[in-house]
Design a protein. Structure first.
Length: 140
């Protein structure tokens, strides 16, 4: 996530912000769901383990993680916390060390009320554009 640690991407319906420790409590609450654990092939973690995981992803050079926010709510009213606008997350995994242009994208719309409304589609399209622009030799 080093590459995107200071990057905010704004779309029509979603905003993508780097996954920080501020987001961990809500993310942890999502991941207590047995349904999300099953759908994401994840094991339950303690809150402390979730903070450690967030930090490890922040330091990892081959992962790029954004939290998906509802753009209509964020930045919304003054004092609106990002945590209250969270919808899910989108990840870009650089999966081929020999070819940094090869990657895998994953999206999770964790908030059930946001599923089937195009938030995941927009987040993935934004991530594809960002990944293409951020690839070595592009957009520099």
């Amino acid at each position: 996530m080093r590459v995107n640690q200071n990057t905010v991407l704004q779309g029509k319906r979603v905003a993508l912000v780097p996954y920080t420790s501020e987001h961990v409590p809500r993310y942890h609450k999502w991941m207590e769901s047995e349904e999300l654990q099953r759908l994401t092939a994840s094991e339950p973690l303690t809150l402390e383990q979730e903070y450690a995981m967030q930090l490890s992803w922040q330091e990892d050079a081959d992962k790029c993680t954004f939290i998906i926010l509802d753009a209509d709510k964020w930045p919304g009213a003054p004092g609106t916390a990002e945590e209250s606008c969270m919808v899910g997350d989108v990840n870009l995994f650089l999966s081929n060390p020999e070819d940094p242009t090869v990657a895998e994208i994953e999206v999770m719309i964790a908030e059930p009320s946001y599923r089937g409304r195009g938030f995941g589609t927009e987040a993935v399209l934004m991530m594809m554009l960002y990944g293409g622009d951020a690839a070595p030799g592009r957009g520099e």
